[in-house]
Design a protein around this ligand. Structure first.
Ligand SMILES: Cc1cc2nc3c(=O)[nH]c(=O)nc-3n(C[C@H](O)[C@H](O)[C@H](O)COP(=O)(O)OP(=O)(O)OC[C@H]3O[C@@H](n4cnc5c(N)ncnc54)[C@H](O)[C@@H]3O)c2cc1C
Length: 525
């Protein structure tokens, strides 16, 4: 007789695995089914060329919450983060700025551009850290349904209101941060474009917005939410980003969880409004009392279920989720580290900058967005060349290196062309810009893997290639994510739950969807 599971988790992304690990630790019999041949979803290390182990999608770590790392004992299963020394931004005039975890060192760098900005910097960082602390608290709280009279929602609303009350007048400035453009927000603190652009860069990544668009100040906050150490809180995972799912899977399987790859779910099975299991593409049916989907909301509710089984307003909300992506990734194998014109080791104080922003002015970032608004890939894209092999040389053959280039904007759909026509040309343009800052880099390229949003959709099942399963804008956050009334990880189908990045608090490798969903599931078990 076929095995019956307590819970089936759809998708071995890091959130699905985290949910599975918590459920397994609590003694449930859990199966994870993943469509790809490897686990991790957008958090993977793959041997793209012989001897090169590449973080094909996500590439740097900061957001994973310490509680999850401790609860699941991830270091015991291979988790190791290497904090970054500094974030290096070269400018077109040959100058540069290095930002450090140590604010005093950063202040000295900022003073090269503005003494006033150097003085205000600790105030700005303290405010950002206060806001991040508040948001970190919110990360762990299940959003209430503000229209509900259920006891759990009323209790949750009180908890949220209490957290806000405790902030005092800081909440007004946090409201600015939640709603303003990153450009206007930074104008309140800084005068120098060079300082502003380093920060505004975070407000532009992964989102189909420019630094002057309202809502981008929150995107900045989302990217500084981590507190794992390193410059800006960021670091590289030893072994690439695939070490994240490997360590979570290590914990889950140690507690009896089964993980099946090459097992794509074709349908979520239901009976009388209640979930009963899943049917795989192969035709195999697997049964369980509970199913948790770690796939994105559009896949889960519009593809794996018949929309007739769902309330029409819910279906409409999921259809209207804004997932149109303009983020791209290009992975390179190179002979030598790029020689940045603006980098002088003795001045910066590190041997080599492993984490770099190419996006030299606020206007540069905004113009990159202007192109995308009209359906064109950016003429001059902004991007982050990161070199994990500087700190983790085992990822590439001896002496060779990997560069992860992540940036914007490359619209999912182009107005007057197709990505088949544009893919190589766009990658050439990215490398042309790179060459301006690091002469010789183009000659050093051995291989390149070009991933535009349609490629990210095809390979990783990200909706329209969206790296966060949907934009991180106020209309799609907290009790609105992924749909009003369903932000508590429940779904309209009984015992069908959701735990991926489409849920609160959204994308990034932070594990909260998986953590919070498992807590809600176990409460009711
Ligand atoms: C190019 C890129 C760069 C990024 N860079 C960073 C970064 O540096 N740092 C950071 O913190 N975040 C980064 N992100 C964002 C981060 O990677 C994602 O937000 C996060 O990994 C999503 O995790 P998840 O578990 O919610 O979903 P996913 O990783 O999307 O996992 C969902 C899983 O479900 C599987 N699935 C889907 N449908 C089915 C089905 N029918 N049957 C079975 N399985 C199915 C998918 O194959 C996938 O494995 C990046 C993302 C991308 C794409």
């Amino acid at each position: 007789m076929a095995t019956r599971y307590d819970a089936i988790v759809i998708g071995a992304g890091h959130n699905g695995l985290i949910c599975a690990a918590y459920l397994s630790k609590a003694g449930r019999k859990v199966l994870v089914v993943e469509r790809r041949s490897i686990i991790g979803g957008a958090t993977a290390t793959e041997e793209v060329w012989p001897g090169y182990r590449v973080s094909t999608a996500s590439y740097v770590m900061s957001m994973m919450q310490k509680k999850v790392i401790a609860d699941l004992e991830l270091p015991k299963y291979g988790w190791k983060m290497i904090p970054m020394d500094c974030l290096f931004t070269p400018f077109e005039d040959g100058r540069s700025i290095a930002m450090w975890g140590d604010h005093r060192k950063t202040q000295a760098e900022i003073a090269k551009f503005s003494k006033k900005d150097a003085e205000i910097y600790p105030v700005f960082e303290a405010f950002l850290e206060d806001s991040a602390k508040f948001v970190r608290k919110m990360l762990f709280m299940t959003p209430p349904n503000p229209t509900s009279r259920k006891l759990r929602d009323l209790k949750s609303m009180l908890q949220h209101a209490n957290a806000v009350r405790k902030l005092g007048t800081k909440i007004f400035r946090i409201a600015d941060l939640m709603t303003m453009s990153v450009s206007e927000f930074l104008d309140m603190y800084f005068e120098s474009d060079q300082i502003k652009v380093v920060k505004a860069y975070y407000g532009s990544i992964g989102t189909f917005l420019g630094p002057r668009s309202p809502g981008t100040a929150y995107v900045l906050l989302h990217h500084v939410m981590g507190d794992l150490g390193g410059a800006g809180g960021w670091g590289f995972m030893k072994g690439g980003m695939g070490a994240v799912p490997q360590s979570i899977a290590g914990c889950a399987t140690a507690h009896g969880c089964e993980i099946r790859t090459d097992a794509e779910v074709a349908q979520i099975l239901t009976e009388n409004g209640r979930v009963t299991g899943v049917a795989l593409q192969s035709g195999e049916e697997i049964f369980a009392n509970t199913v948790v989907t770690g796939a994105d909301a559009k896949t889960s509710f519009l593809k794996l279920l018949d929309s007739k089984q769902l309330p029409s307003d819910f279906v409409e909300a999921i259809q209207n989720l804004r997932t149109f992506s303009t983020a791209f990734k290009i992975n390179l194998a190179v002979e030598t580290p790029p020689a940045y014109k603006a980098f002088k080791a003795e001045q910066v104080g590190v041997d080599y900058p492993s984490y770099v922003h190419i996006g030299p002015t606020m206007e540069y970032l905004e113009r990159a967005y202007d192109d995308a608004k009209y359906g064109r890939p950016s003429t001059r894209p902004f991007f982050t060349p990161c070199m994990p092999t500087i700190v983790d040389p085992d990822l590439a053959p001896p002496g060779k290196h990997i560069i992860n280039i992540f940036g914007g904007h490359a619209p999912y759909e182009l107005k007057d062309a197709s990505w088949e026509q544009e893919r190589e040309k766009f990658a050439d343009r990215v490398l042309d810009v790179f060459e301006e800052f690091a002469p010789g880099v183009k000659d050093s390229v051995i291989e390149r893997q070009i991933l535009m949003p349609p490629d990210l959709e095809r390979i990783f099942a990200l909706p329209q290639g969206h790296i966060f399963h949907g934009e991180l804008s106020l209309d799609q956050l907290a009790f609105m994510r992924p749909a009003p009334g369903y932000a508590d990880y429940r779904t309209p189908i009984r015992n069908l739950w959701q735990c991926g990045s489409s849920t609160h608090p959204g994308g990034g490798v932070m594990g909260m969807g998986g953590h919070n969903a498992s807590r809600e599931i176990l409460k009711g078990w």
